[in-house]
Design a protein around this ligand. Sequence first.
Ligand code: PLP
Length: 365
Amino acid sequence: EEADRVFNFAAGPANLPLNVLKKSQSELVNWRGSGMSVMEMSHRGKEFKSIIEKAEADLRTLLGIPENYAVLFLQGGATTQFAAIPLNLCKPDDPVDYLVTGSWGDKAFKEAPKYCKPKVIWSGKSEKYTNIPAFDTLNQNPDAKYLHICANETIHGVEFKDYPTPRNATGILIADMSSNFCSKPVDVSKFGIIYAGAQKNIAPSGVTVVIIRKDLIGNAQEITPVMLEYKIHADNNSLYNTPPCWPIYISGLVFEDLLEQGGLAEVEKKNKRKGELLYNAIDESKGFYRCPVEKSVRSLMNVPFTLEKSDLEAEFIKEAAKEKMVQLKGHRSVGGMRASIYNAMPLAGVEKLVAFMKDFQARHA
Ligand code: PLP
């Protein structure tokens, strides 16, 4: 059955490392002598406590998370954080800044007016979200409570390679890292909050990781639902209510695996190699394939591309699927193709895709 596995280029849920799937399988019905599956355990028992504590400790090691940051394992997806962030950090009249480099940053912005006074200080929409502005040109509001970015736009394939300095009174930068979380080292101390839905790089869907500077916790608006209040979750070590136990367990196995690979600097090297291979194949195709994103901000996780002969795109996707390379269709809002090559996509998968692209071009040029 392993031989029947495909190279899955989906944007998420995405593939997980095979060794993690196998380890979870070997522990599925009886986790480490407990006589139970992780799915059956009390979230307050000593077994699950050891699982969540180890997951947090390993994530802290991986990202070098400073002591003055809390790590929360929450539910509701990254989408819930679009509301939780303004609810926890703002009063209803507080201004906040959003830098919008794609659909996800735009969605985050659109949720905010219910809870504060957000402003888009730059949007790439008119250029179809293909670039990121020079940071010194940004017109930040000095009274803003935070500056929000989406570190990697999953649909448009635009990724921040460095980060703007917040010029607001609080100095708080917030990043949605859902689609490039744990794909490279990050200086956590530059951020007030980093958040990420799990289902691209670290686990099945169901858990959202929030890394938050502790001094930002505890000022939520009165209307904040208890499930969205960071203080509640921080005070209870993410066990205020029943947490998503299984996704937390798998994320812990993934963190262990990333540490065994040598940590995020090593992981980044592998991701760069895969990304270069694919972007080079696109750029060297003499226009047969095209990636619209400006070179300096191309995502190492999500690679959108089109065919010059766009009527061949359906054929490309169909033929690739026949060769066990699936989910290459671009997002419905942009069309074309998109290859998502998260941490768990092996180099062999990208090599196979590139070989297929060259062959397809030779047959259709
Ligand atoms: N932010 C980014 C960058 C995403 O890619 C996604 C999902 O694809 C989301 C937010 C929404 O995440 P969720 O489905 O976990 O709410």
